[in-house]
Design a protein around this ligand. Sequence first.
Ligand code: ZN
Length: 886
Amino acid sequence: MAETDSDKTIYLKDYQAPRFLIESVVLTFNLEQECTRVTSSMRLRRVPATAADAPLELQGRQLKLLSVTLDGKVLSCDQYQVDPEHFTLNQLPEDFVLEIVTKINPLENTNLEGLYASGSMLCTQCEPHGFRRITYFLDRPDVLTSFTTRIEADKTRFPVLLSNGNLIETGELPENRHFVLWEDPFKKPAYLFALVAGQLVTIKDSFTTMSGREIAIHFHVEAQNRFKCGHAIKALKKAMRWDEEEYGLEYDLDLYQVVAVDDFNFGAMENKGLNIFNSKYVLALPESATDSDYEAIERVIAHEYLHNWSGNRVTCRDWFQLSLKEGLTVFRDQQYGAYAYPGGGGRIRDVSRLRSFQFPEDAGPLAHPVQPKEYVEINNFYTTTVYEKGAEIIRMLWVLLGEEGFKQGLKIYFARHDGEAVTIEDLLAAMSDATGCDLRQFKLWYDQAGTPEVKITHSWQSATSEMILHVTQDCPPTPQQAEKVPLHIPLKIALLDSNGKELDLILADDSSTHNRKPVRERTLEIRVRVSEFRFQNLPQKPVPSLLRGFSAPIKLKYNYERDELSFLAACDHDSFNRWEAAQKLMLLEIIDLLENHKANPEPQRFSQTFGNLITRKWAASEIDGICELLQLPGEIYIGEQLEKIDPQAIFKARQQFKKDLAQRWAQELEKLFLSLLDNEDYQPRPQDMARRRLKNSALDYLVTLGANGPAQRLCQQQYQDSDNLTDHLAALAGLIEISPAEEVAEFDDFFKQGESTPLLLDRWFALQALSKRPDTCQRVAKLTNHTAFTRTNPNRVRALLGSFALANQSAFHQIDGSGYRILSREIITLDRTNPQLAARLAGHFSRWQRLAKPYSSHMRKELLILAENPQISKDLGEIVRKSLQS
Ligand SMILES: [Zn+2]
């Protein structure tokens, strides 16, 4: 459906403080699936500086207005104005009580914002603008209100009725109905409101806070999922303890509730005291969740919990500040992840994702600053830039200010702004006040889009035993930002001697190192476009280890010799840089294959490194990091290094490279695989996960050898013997790579298991969409007609179409454009019911200008078809319009 106001752009510079505040609201929900009546009784007050004749304008969407009462007097419809987006009242007293009664239809609400039905359950999603689909309200994050919520519903269909805060009262009503009354003692913006009603069972646990308060923990799920919450509950308690120990932050309410919902547009939502989760991020049993799922559940549970401070107690003034809560909370959940999964692979995987998804976004037509300056539809700004690049910015603060300074800054931030709605500038001011560090230049990270490029060259002066690093930073132009200014970049480095030992770093003209113990790793602060760092008293020409731990989200250009990369991959003490060197080496060799330099090959250095890695005996704690060293650079990342992207050529070269390694080391890979088998019951312990990951990586290499290699036998054996989804999926993925899925008996068996478990059925779709077989594109087209392909379920859509368009470059980028056609047809269909999801999928078309012909013209054609649709939603329209701008 088309929305009104479709092209209106909202600007940060136009921000105005609210003219009215809502001191309290009492909501009464008379729940029915098809007709819910909402009575909202608000106590409002005009903000003192506001003109006395200022109108009150509330937001509302797709509501049926039943009645309006002002201070007890019923208003007739000529006493207020209503349009499709607003409700306006004039000539108001200074404070007053406004009661509005509206009617909504949750069953017909397919966009999954506001109050909607998921299966037999009713639930809400209010961030960012869902609350205005429930009732007319000042639906903006800087209006914080005390909520009291009364819910009345049928006892049989909705025995469990939940909202935020504490349960105050329950009781019986006539006609088999009942009611509950919830009261939230903390003022909050409407986006943190939540309501759930359904036939749910409650799993109970508790947590004692550091000050000795007892918190009840309630997980509400459908009955068949009652035994699948154990892992999430354990994770929640671990995260609660971690935030106390790490940041001194304690939970505030007496009750913490989590609900699992099947149909959900996001991963989860941090509503105050009542988190609503996509069931994918709560439910786990070994046979229905992979190791990665277990880890993701732990991270998402922690993320939503950590929001209670970074997001809920201190919230955002407006949606341009989204990264204030998201960047900070993603960084905090990354820190928690490093604590819960200490193998070292977590940081590598995070960076790898950032470079595969955020870097391309930052270099394309949808690039935007982490603090955007304008938007048409805010739903389109829940991006990897706001979240993941936002988290990298917080990480840079942590590097620049040091752990103590950073923690002190956060302490000041929370104390100063508790209960307030603030800005990114407020966070930086607290950090500055805590440390005395001037962060004005640093703030530009939030204002400038694009990934900065830092080019480093060196000169070695043997006569004086000095090495000079010449550093130049540049940032390419992005939409509406042609010119960029230099950023404040922390660059963590070390210099290694020929044995891999870190050398003392003595900088010329540096008062800070004077009279201090020499350091072997330091953070250079790059602040100007061109700078120079002169290191003295070096016993020999060193190999620099640059951007350790990925200390800044930049593209680093340094011309390493291949020998140096082999050396760093083997010797660097920084596990991130060891991985980075291996990636660079593989990249060079894959690009050689792409450019057909194979006729005169350089000795394949990586092959030797690879052989060393898979034949050495590693300690259990090292396996996670080692496993990452064996992962090939992704196709998207390889494409990013090239002038024009030819996805099929990249796929072929990368596949060839992988196959060469598998062929050369087949025996050793099989030996490695067998050595990592075990007969113990499944445990989601970090070390076991790393072992399985390494084992299945070895298997994945062997699969490239097809039916001639040992993979088929090993996969069949693994499918039969293993007791967990991780190993089942690895085996199945291998089997359907070697033979068509129809011929794989195990695949059929897996479908039968999935029929009763939606999350397994998602996997069944995803496996086929991810296959590298040449007929995958046609298979995906066929699967869109499968009876189990339900478009109302975002998880199912992402499993098939997300896997296809994002994670399977060779299937999606067909030379005749047929892959793009499948996606655009689905986008048009989805846009009618769930514009948010449609817009997200359309993002896969945004990078058409980077592709080689004919891919680029085929992709552009699909964008033009989408643009021509007169019924296009605001969400999708914004993405398509921006993508077509050149
Ligand atoms: Zn979040």
